[in-house]
Write a new protein. Sequence first.
Length: 303
Amino acid sequence: MEKVIEVKGLTKKFKDLVAVNNLELNVYRGDVFGFLGPNGAGKSTTIRMLLSLIKPTAGSINILGIPLRRNRKKILRRVGAIVEKPDFYLYLSAYKNLEILGKTSGIEVDNKRIMGMLELVKLADRAKSKVKTFSHGMKQRLGIAQALLHNPELIILDEPTTGLDPEGMKEVRDLIVHLAKDQGKTIFLSSHLLSEIELIATRMIIINKGKTQVEGRVSELLSSDKLQVKFEFDDIEKAIKVLHGSRWTEFLQTQNTGNLIFEINKEEISLLNSYFVENNIGVSAVIPTRSLEEFFLKITREV
């Protein structure tokens, strides 16, 4: 698979503070790549190094197969980014903002391109409206239109849904999926909203204290460890009696009204269910839970 971002041994020191410490990560073409970590983990510093806004202390960054250090301008022509909140001329229209931003960036943009971008982010009907009248969510979407204006191959988004209401978050989420799935863009997405990453990311990395903790496909990482599985019963007291003395008692985590919660591997779910059925216990529901939030907390607490 083609690597769109390849980072090796990336380190950034600010005097005595090591913000990023020998970081390794790989982003492949077509990924929606979730970039996760607690506050102070080094996420913003890493993004600034990827965009050559600050220089690494050590290590290497290759973007689109090219070393960033010697090819900054060539690479950035093929990259779109939003870092923190996008800035606009508030008293100018959405259309005029994109037109000016295109010209100042040295990009040839015509009416068709600008309106196409506004249509993509669902702002075409507000093309002539002054940006000062836009909601926060509309400004975020206009920022994405700005980042896409030059048709980049790689899009780097730093907390793109910060401050948005649920509807605005869904609009941005749907747009990211569309860009990856239908337009073949590679998305590098930094977010503290774990539920958002779980919904849209194909691969992810969790960093802590500037170091890589885990990297891989979201589906595989969330299924590789033990699950919290809730069993609901018609007769909870009978289920507890049958369970007593069996090997399954060591996996029991919590007993609630009408249900028992076990921590077991994925392949053991059917075995435990069969055990109850064979002992004439009516199981009304089996609900496995393994959220990214649980996984994230487990990984970051181990450091």
